[in-house]
Design a protein. Structure first.
Lengths: 239, 239
DNA sequence: ACCTGAACACCGTTCAAGT
DNA sequence: ACCTGAACACCGTTCAAGT
């Protein structure tokens, strides 16, 4: 409920920011000690979340990191939930534009999905946090915008265009989520071998191998997105 | 670390279970009091998770619900994390088979994705919990199995078949996730209207409306899956 | 305007002790 | 074999009090 309207670090577009990593206020060193700002809190919180996930972000740990009393944080950001809200908000705002590349609409659409996937992979915990806060639509706004443009260029309009855009967004999100799951837990239970033995794979060893471990997610991503674009537009995109 | 091997309620296939809703041990009523079993704990935990989400499942609340001391629970399930593990494990095991319907492979594939979506929607918190535990592959095993069969029937083999199966799974998961997000947070911030005004929708009001609120997720789901199947198989599925 | 420590209600978990 | 209360370390949050 604290109506802080500072909104620090809006940047000049979104890509380059890294210098101002709250290195100013270190108290543990005994060095110079500035006044704590809302931006400091967000920076420190962002660092913890990025490295250890949102679960590891406790108010007390954050305070220790900043060299302040726990209660000071509350003055600047309200409470933990509002802190996470602000963090997500800032990260989403800093994601930057998505630019299509290529000549044909189909190719340009594929390039947008690739850019979106790259963004999502760059912020491993962001998707879940955005999801919890009901900001999904907003987070995908830039990508949606770009897709709208390309779908229009492909000649689609109205409801049909909207459905194509949404199908593509869902595809990317689903892919990244499952992909990340595999990265985090490479060895599944009860283990891939037993899950895809000869019988369950219907005597198709190459298929069993393909399902047990996707050797090239990049390739799989391109393939599925291209299939989807082809099915939706009736045009085959080119590499 | 407690090696309890009871594994209650494995059922006779998976669909019908509902009678044994831990109504036996009610202590608050002052009625008859059986010995607490691992199954009781899992049942009560499942009820809480189903109604209020995994976050609301605290050991103390669970104990109160069961009419026991908190520490009794630990004897039966180890700790909170193992409790959730067991819960997910049991739920996944009880999900049941997925049967394809229809004549052509393309149509049957679509029917499998619909069944999978219905399963996921029936357990709103399951996907996230499974995801956290790295059990995604296992959870989708029945659906994958069914898809493998149909893709084989469509004449695909090996790596190509595996890629088709995976693309479809990703599509379904992504769809359900985003769909659920919209249900939970119907009013987005900063609001759909402002997000899709005339300019951002490139002067296509029907598209703006389509993106602001998907009137029929069922329809959108079918459309996108069919497009994907068509793009992957080169065959158009029929309703 | 900003920061502080004390205090509260709530967690998960351990452990010695009961039956 | 099962259950218990006491106790520990950790949470988020509030509040009166400082400067």
């Amino acid at each position: 409920m604290s109506s802080q309207a500072s909104s620090p670090e809006r940047g000049a577009g979104g890509s380059a920011r890294r210098e101002a990593d709250g290195s100013a206020r270190r108290a543990a060193d005994g060095s110079a000690k500035r006044a704590l700002t809302r931006g400091d809190v967000l920076d420190a919180a962002a660092a913890i979340v990025k490295e250890q996930g949102p679960r590891a972000l406790t108010m007390r740990k954050l305070a220790a990191e900043l060299g302040t009393a726990v209660t000071s944080i509350y003055w600047h950001v309200g409470n933990r939930e509002e802190l996470l809200d602000a963090l997500v908000e800032r990260t989403v705002a800093d994601l930057g534009e998505i630019r299509a590349q290529g000549r044909s609409p189909a190719t340009r659409i594929v390039s947008v999905t690739r850019a979106l996937r790259a963004q999502l992979r760059g912020h491993p915990h962001l998707v879940a946090m955005v999801h919890e806060r009901g900001l999904t639509e907003r987070m995908f706004q830039p990508a949606t915008q770009a897709l709208v443009h390309e779908v229009h260029a492909a000649g689609l309009r109205g409801t049909q265009a909207a459905e194509v855009v949404r199908s593509l967004l869902f595809q990317v999100v689903g892919f990244v989520l499952v992909e990340r799951n595999r990265e985090r837990a490479p060895v599944q239970y009860p283990g891939d071998e037993s899950l895809w033995d000869e019988a369950t794979a219907e005597h198709d060893p190459a298929l069993a191998k393909g399902l047990a471990a996707p050797p090239d997610p990049e390739r799989l991503f391109l393939l599925s997105v291209r299939a989807m674009v082809e099915g939706l537009l009736g045009t085959r995109p080119r590499a």
